[in-house]
Design a protein around this ligand. Sequence first.
Ligand SMILES: Nc1nc2c(ncn2[C@@H]2O[C@H](COP(=O)(O)OP(=O)(O)O)[C@@H](O)[C@H]2O)c(=O)[nH]1
Ligand SMILES: [Mg+2]
Length: 254
Amino acid sequence: MPEPITATVLFVIWGVSVTWEYLVGALISATLSPFVAWLLLKSKKGIQKAKKRLIGTSFLIVGPPETGKTSLLNYFMFGHFPDTHPPKKTVMPSPINAFSIDKGGEFKLDVKKNQDFPGEFHPDQQAAMIANINPNCLIVMLTVHSKKWLEEFLASLSTTLYINRNVEKKLLSLVIVINKIDTVGSDEAKRISEEFSKNANEYLKKKFILREKIPVFPCSLFKEENGERYGNIVLSIMLNQLKSKKPMLEIIND
Ligand SMILES: Nc1nc2c(ncn2[C@@H]2O[C@H](COP(=O)(O)OP(=O)(O)O)[C@@H](O)[C@H]2O)c(=O)[nH]1
Ligand SMILES: [Mg+2]
C-alpha cells in the first residue's frame, strides 16, 4: 500500500479508537457520577448523624402524666402543638433518634439519641432512669398541682446524683417548667411558681452547691402562638445555662 494511504488508514483507526475511549469514559462517568454523588451525600448525612449522636447535647423531659412533656418534645422536634396535633399517650419510654432543634438565629441545638418518658412512672423511677441517659439538660415539666411530685422527684434525683457521679458531671442545665397556666388565673400561676421556686431551691441548696438559682418557669403550650413563644423561652433558658459548661448541681463533700 502506498505510504499516504497507510498513514490515512492508521490516522482513521487512531481517531476511532480515541473517540471510542472518550465515549466509553463518558458513559462510565455518566453512570457512576450519580452513584458517587449519592454515596458522598449518604456518607455526609451519616457523618452528621454520627456527629449528633456522639457530640450532640442530650436532654430529657421528666414529670407527672399529662403535663405537656410530649407536647414540648413535639415542638422541639417538629414545631407541632397539642391543639393542632394531639400527642398520643406515652405508654413506654419511647426512644428518639438524634435530631436538631432549629428555631432560627441562635436557637439551635443538636440533640443526641433520647427518650420520651411516660409520666405514669413514679418520680423515683424517673429519677433513677436518668442514670441511663446522663442528660446535659433536664426539664422538669409540671402543672400547678405537682407540688408533691416535685418534692419526691428532687429527693430521688439527689440520690441518683450521689450514687452516680457521672450524672452530676453531665448535668449542665436544669429547668423546672410549670405548664398549663392557662388553666388557672395569672395571680395563682405567679404565686405557685414562686412557692415551687422557693421550695425547690431551698431543698437543693441543702444537698448541692448550686451553680445558679434553678429557674421555675410558668408556661402554656396550649395555643399555637403562645406555645411557640413559651417553647422558645424554655429553649433559650437551656441554651444559656449550657454556655457555662459547668455542672448545675455540685455534690457537697464534707
Ligand atoms: N390547657 C392546656 N393543655 C395542654 C398544655 N400543654 C399540653 N396540653 C394538653 O395536655 C394533654 C397532655 O399533653 P402531653 O404532651 O401528652 O403530656 P405528657 O403526658 O406530659 O406527655 C394533651 O391533650 C395536650 O394537648 C397547656 O399548656 N395547656
Ligand atoms: Mg407523653
